[in-house]
Write a protein that binds this ligand. Structure first.
Ligand SMILES: NC(=O)c1ccc[n+]([C@@H]2O[C@H](COP(=O)([O-])OP(=O)(O)OC[C@H]3O[C@@H](n4cnc5c(N)ncnc54)[C@H](O)[C@@H]3O)[C@@H](O)[C@H]2O)c1
Length: 368
């Protein structure tokens, strides 16, 4: 929109209904000796986070609101129980929460249109034990749900600029199936759970949405995410050991061996970095973190809280997931990644749990 005087109008302007535009960029071009001014209107980025009432999503909300960015949550749940553990009340007020099911494609499209969504971080999913307990529902939510997000992005006709979705380290086979040393993101897939099979399907879906319709996407394969709000799923036990430490209670981790530990705060930052990248294509990335054994994690917790000596135990059983990856491909695509040393992430988590326990927001029930 251009005013009579040839200067950009300062009126807020909507290119597509629902898109809020807060600033314009003027591009000068010359035709003969007459300047033509063309205003390019840039939509304010607006982020849709599916499944943001979960652990990683809560941290995504924290980092988006820390940076004054607009976040819209689509989740089955209506109470922001986990976000409340991570965001303060004034931050929570800035987030738009929409209760809805990603299986409702028309509903997802409506949210994207009505809210002027430009970026999507798709996290809603059922984790390993839930997929095992109900394989049909697991496939619907994890596979069809992801198709719905990509399809809604396609139908947005360019409004959605980029979509990041959570795949998982569970698309790979057991560590002994691969050569020793850090793996790359292109190592062969060989999932050992239905959950991993569903995530693998999503990676193919993302690829075809780019091939056939040029819908850009980045799939990210988190490994063992730890931190406040990590309370469900096969690999939530190390975090529960941190909660137990904050509460001074005994706890048993039902596995051992080594794991690729990624702090929830760092993981959320990686997701935001990826969705904001200038990105064309469809690719799936693994990245690194801290490769640490459960025994070592327990030793660290005993160091933080010496009264925990002997109260934390584990089964010496390796999980069937690789635990060493390079950052190289993802860093080449989106730049240097955040990484908080494990000892620092663990200490921060225990201290955070202590503050939450003092406020009555977490307790022994969280160890179940
Ligand atoms: N946490 C990890 O260590 C880890 C590791 C690898 C991959 N991932 C993946 O990252 C994503 C986020 O993980 P998380 O630990 O934050 O998950 P989480 O289990 O804490 O949260 C998942 C959220 O999805 C919501 N949800 C489930 N079904 C839904 C539906 N039909 N419609 C809308 N919302 C729905 C749930 O209500 C919940 O709030 C998931 O896709 C998960 O598979 C997580």
């Amino acid at each position: 929109m251009q005013s009579d005087s040839g200067t950009p109008s300062d009126h807020r302007y909507s290119l597509i209904t629902g898109l809020t535009v807060t600033h314009s960029v003027r591009r000068m071009t010359w035709a003969g000796d007459r300047a033509q001014q063309e205003n390019l209107y840039v939509a304010t980025p607006k982020y849709l986070i599916t499944g943001a009432l979960g652990c990683i999503g809560s941290w995504v909300l924290k980092h988006l609101t820390d940076a004054d960015k607009q976040a819209v949550v689509l989740d089955l749940g209506s109470e922001p129980v986990r976000p409340r553990l991570v965001l303060d009340p004034s931050q929570l007020e800035k987030v738009t929460f929409i209760k809805g099911d990603i299986l409702d494609l028309a509903g997802v499209e409506r949210v994207i249109g009505d809210s002027g969504i430009t970026h999507i971080i798709h996290l809603a999913a059922l984790q390993v034990p839930f997929c095992r307990a109900d394989p049909v529902l697991g496939a619907q939510v994890n596979v069809v749900g992801t198709v719905n997000l990509l399809e809604a992005a396609r139908r947005s006709a360019g409004q959605v600029k980029n979509l990041v979705y959570a795949s998982s380290v569970a698309v790979f086979g057991a560590p002994e199936d691969y050569p020793d040393g850090p793996m790359t993101h292109s190592a062969g897939l060989a999932p050992t759970t239905l959950y991993g099979v569903y995530k693998q399907a999503n990676e193919g879906t993302g690829r075809i949405y780019w091939q056939d319709w040029q819908i850009p996407s980045i799939g990210l394969r988190p490994a063992v995410v730890y931190g406040v709000a990590r309370d469900q799923g096969l690999t939530s036990s190390p975090t529960k050991a941190m909660l137990a430490t904050a509460l001074g209670l005994p706890y048993h981790v039902p596995f051992g061996g080594s794991n690729l530990m990624q702090w929830s705060s760092d993981t959320a930052k990686v997701m935001i970095q990826c969705v904001e990248a200038e990105w064309r294509g469809a690719e799936v990335f693994s990245w690194g973190g801290a490769s640490v054994s459960v025994a070592e994690t327990i030793r660290m917790l005993e160091e933080i809280s010496p009264e925990m000596a002997g109260k934390l135990t584990f089964d010496d059983k390796q999980l069937p997931f690789p635990f060493e990856f390079t950052d190289a491909a993802l860093e080449a695509a989106v730049g240097p990644l955040p990484f908080t040393p494990f000892a620092e992430g663990v200490r921060d988590t225990v201290e955070h749990f202590r503050r939450l326990a003092a406020a009555g927001l977490v307790g022994p029930g969280g160890l179940n």
